[in-house]
Design a protein around this ligand. Structure first.
Ligand SMILES: [Zn+2]
Length: 528
């Protein structure tokens, strides 16, 4: 089996994405996780260009990496200077790693217009810098920047850069689509030409500006490259880099190319989510292979087909990449979706055919009234439980009253006005009716406080439950302030996260329903 080495640059190119900023500790955590995934090379950053990266390399010396080699990144010496006195090259040599990636220009126009030096001087810069690092016993990878653009405008020069780097001792020549504009056919043709001028192993570094980074990477592997550079989740400058979460499974499962082990591949989804959390970005549910929607099935007839033939609507077995099939409950649902969801929740055995039918009708009716269960599985689970004849909720809402008032603060001379919200709730627990009142920073907060005050007397554990997200959506087909609204609430107890939904013509009532579901769900989980 052919094999390819995987090189991740999320710690360098990935941090170029707008909105990502990683601390040294984040970077150390990510490196550890990439090691668990079996990534061969982890590019840690530019030790010569910023103090944060220098600190990373200092602390990374103590990382217990089992599978990965850390790589330091930097550029060749500056024009008309000596490699031996270049501070950037010295920082690379002293970074405490065994592999260095040097970035160099391989496009004539980039050399003359941007670097503003001669084509010959650029070649000397490359050769000197590689020689300097090789003399210190290091492995050197050369990132040939703008290679595919350079190959198109002056192929002889682009290829000459590769030859010079090979002669100077480079261990791998990585062909970069730096502007992300190349097409797969062009990538393959340029790689074929490169293979004719050198026997040094080649690599690919593709950007996603034309949404072809993954396609170009796979085409490059077909054309014979043996190193693939990219980032987990495709994070990177502008539109990103080749997404390794798509590249790795395609190599292994579709092209039969060895890169990480089968066991490591099953960690892919977890690693993708972990790194998005570290980067403080919500995981993208629609990412191929690793997104929560990548194997979700909504249309009833798809779900019916899946029950006959599991692969009828999925291109791989999700377990191979650590993901799972999900049945989405929605107004498109048939009985099958409901049953499969109940099976997923381990409550299918308690539903008779008649109850399932009733439940389906109820879901459809509620969805017509603005509820939506696709993103509120906890509310759906409660619906399933409520369909059972022996289900007894741990509390019941009796009624509530909310007062919202804007009044002038008497204590100040200025005409400051403040909003005041107060909620009164009545809740039944067993045979007791509890009546509480609470103030809050808004009507929903006041309701939340009053409901908690009532329930905490019976269930003190509820103190751990916190509202982490609150979304209101105005539903289509209504006008202005008379619109029906849907409220989605996300709650957490510090370990689990769950979503609930409420819908009404009244935003307070919609919130009340979603809040009550959130607490009922948590209590149900604690008591089952
Ligand atoms: Zn790049």
């Amino acid at each position: 089996m052919a094999s390819v080495q995987i090189y991740d640059t999320v710690l360098r190119d990935g941090t170029q994405r707008e909105g990502i900023s990683l601390s040294v500790v984040d970077k150390l955590h990510i490196a550890q996780k990439l090691d668990e995934l079996g990534i061969h090379f982890i590019e840690g950053g530019w030790p010569g260009s910023n103090p944060k990266d220098a600190e990373f390399f200092e602390r990374a010396r103590h990382l217990p990496l089992a599978n990965s080699a850390l790589v330091a990144f930097g550029s060749t010496r500056k024009p008309k200077t000596k490699a031996a006195t270049d501070v950037n090259l010295q920082a690379l040599a002293n970074a405490g790693v065994k592999v260095i990636t040097l970035v160099a220009k391989s496009s004539e126009l980039q050399v003359t217009r941007v670097l503003e030096t001669t084509l010959d001087e650029n070649l000397s810069m490359i050769a000197d810098s590689i020689t300097y690092l090789k003399a210190r016993g290091l492995s050197v990878f050369l990132d040939a920047e703008h290679f595919f653009d350079g190959f198109e405008s002056n192929s002889a020069y682009a290829l000459h850069v590769l030859e010079m780097a090979a002669q100077a001792g480079a261990d791998c020549l990585i062909l970069c689509d730096t502007r992300g504009g190349a097409l797969p056919g062009e990538v393959m043709a340029a790689i074929e030409a490169a293979r004719k001028v050198t026997t040094v192993p080649l690599g690919i570094h593709a950007h996603n500006d034309s949404e072809l980074a993954v396609a170009n990477t796979l085409a490059a592997v077909r054309a014979g490259v043996s190193q693939v550079q990219g980032t987990i989740n495709g994070y990177g400058e502008r539109c990103g880099n080749a997404n390794l979460c798509s590249v790795i499974p395609a190599l292994k499962l579709k092209m039969g190319i060895d890169c990480i082990t089968d066991a490591q591949l099953t960690k892919l989804t977890e690693v993708s989510h972990y790194i998005s959390e570290e980067a403080n970005l919500a995981p993208d549910p629609f990412l191929p292979y690793v997104g929560t929607s990548a194997f979700s099935h909504k249309a009833g007839y798809h779900v019916a087909a899946l029950s006959k033939w599991i692969d009828s609507y999925q291109h791989i077995d999700p377990a191979q990449v650590g993901n799972k099939k999900r049945v989405v409950v929605s107004e498109l649902s048939g009985r099958r979706n409901i049953l499969q969801k109940a099976e997923e929740l381990n409550i299918a055995s308690s539903l008779t055919a008649e109850k399932t039918q009733k439940l389906l009708e109820r879901v459809k009716l509620l969805e017509r009234h603005g509820f939506q269960y696709e993103s509120a599985e906890a509310s759906f689970e409660l619906l399933v439980h409520r369909a059972k004849s022996d289900y007894k909720p741990l509390f019941e809402l009796v009624d509530f009253l909310v007062v919202v008032e804007r009044r002038r603060r008497p204590s100040t001379r200025k005409n400051l006005e403040e909003m005041l919200s107060e909620a009164m709730v009545k809740v039944r627990v067993g045979t007791e009716i509890i009546h509480t009142v609470s103030e809050g920073s808004g009507p929903v907060n006041a309701l939340d406080q009053a409901l908690r005050k009532a329930l905490l007397q019976f269930y003190p554990g509820l103190a751990q439950v916190k509202l982490v997200d609150y979304k209101v959506r105005i539903l289509e087909g209504n006008v202005g302030t008379e619109s029906r609204v849907r409220v989605l609430i996300e709650s957490s107890d510090g370990i689990n996260v769950w979503q609930t939904v409420g819908s009404s013509n009244d935003i307070i009532e919609a919130s009340w329903l979603a809040l009550a579901d959130s607490m009922e769900y948590w209590l149900l989980k604690q008591n089952s």
